[in-house]
Design a protein around this ligand. Sequence first.
Ligand SMILES: [Zn+2]
Ligand SMILES: [Zn+2]
Length: 566
Amino acid sequence: MSNFFISNELYKLSQILEFKGNDKRLVTDIKILAYTIQSLTFELDASNFDRIEKYLTDKPKIKNIIKELVLNGKSEYIDILSKDVPPSLLKLLKIPGIGMKTLYKLYKEFNIMDIYSLKSLVKEKKLRTIDIIGEKGEEIIGKNINYYFKLQREFSISYADSIFSYIKEILLGLNSKYVEKAGSVRRRKEVVSNLNVVCANNNAIKLKSKLKDFNIIRNFEENGDFVNFKINDSEIDINILICPEEYFNSALLYFTGPKSLNNFLYDKSKNLGIQILPTNYLKLDYNEKQIFNLFDLPYIPPEFREHWEKYINMDKNLLSYNIKGDLHIHSNYSDGISSIYEIVRESKDLGYKYIGISDHAEDLKFAKGLSEKRIYKERLEIRKIEKLFNDIKIFFGIEANIRNDGSIDVNESILKDLDFVIASIHNNFNEDLNTNMKRLINAIRNPFVTIIGHPTGRKISERDEMKIDWKKFYKEIENSKTILEINSASDRLDLYSNIIYENSNFDVLYSISSDCHFAPQLNFVSQYGINIAKRALLEDKKIINNYEINDLVKIMNKKRESRNFV
Ligand SMILES: [Zn+2]
Ligand SMILES: [Zn+2]
């Protein structure tokens, strides 16, 4: 079973268990594993299962479920549980205003099954009869029903990657010579609506007919050199361009885009006398670098192609992305799975010079948020572990929750003793712009808040971003010397490149972090976070992960000191 299906099964399981009111800890753990497996850089199988198993010694239940999926391709436990909860019902959680409790009530009282039965209930004004919804709730759900359709078409890059690995195996198994992802997925866009693939195969007719009969493939369509389809259990559109071996690189360059670059190459090719093939790519048996050179361009890595015109004129030494550490990490003191020791060991393997532990604080009861007593206990442990490893610095921070009024859930007496504080929003995402701005500005102006975490609050495919006035937001961040987070967790990717690029005129620093909840997730920074920075053409000097420890400490203290607060 491929990572894509294992991750899908685990995610489905977490939702069913939550719906049935199971232990929240188990639900969170399973979700963490679903996202971790989705973004693994190797396909899980019997020979390498120990690479995940070794972290799950005290989670036997989850370990066995995953083992079953890896070895047998299915889990009896999941199959039995899924029988009485239709998947179309759980998808309704995408609608702002519908949480698990509300969904359960809707199911019990009206036996709703899908978006269509929900729509007619709203129309008949029946939702308001449920106590926890009421007239206001009915209005909110009615207004937000379209988010369901929007989020249904949005996929995280890690989701697309995991499907690509699966499709690649199929295509290589059908005598294809080369297979590569293209389009926005190759440009590493954070959220994509489709997966474009280029496949070099010298017998396109045979390949198409084999694909058509593949049991997992549906909605199969042929369109010249392209085939389009979906695979079972997924709504993402997959488009494959089939080309002869010698034109693979040319097709890959063209199909990677973006349009502005293709138009440039297309126009210039006429002057250069280069032939254009019917599918629009250039008839050139060269590699990508040679093609760029032919057009008097330096090689442009795919992540930089969005703003390629600006990129070619930039000093590339300013874009080295030398990551020395990660400041947003959860341990098993709050809702993380791994111990601090495991995290430090893994960070050292990544060559980090420092990390910051930032578990949740008191408000987040469901995430085992830390009480004052446990904060001090964690600090003692960190100092002990730091002594075991003499060449890695461990900063002790916290991820505070931004409450509705913009205050945070940690007392000032504690804040003073912390190396840094991330403040982020974890609930009430559906308020109006004004309310959101007041709340955020209050948090930004708090002198102890070092970093604003996952600023838009979105969860890709699950929850849309909050309404934010970005100009106003950036102005506040700049004035207060607060640092902005680029959260690399595969289901967040928040902030994302468009917002960063559009606001590059502000003098603001960024912290690229993993929001790691399980040691293997530390990789999120190099897999996704750095690409967000590249897509936004963010220079090294604006990324705090590039700084040496001494300079980093100065940066983290700057805000408190400038307010004369400590
Ligand atoms: Zn958070
Ligand atoms: Zn976090």
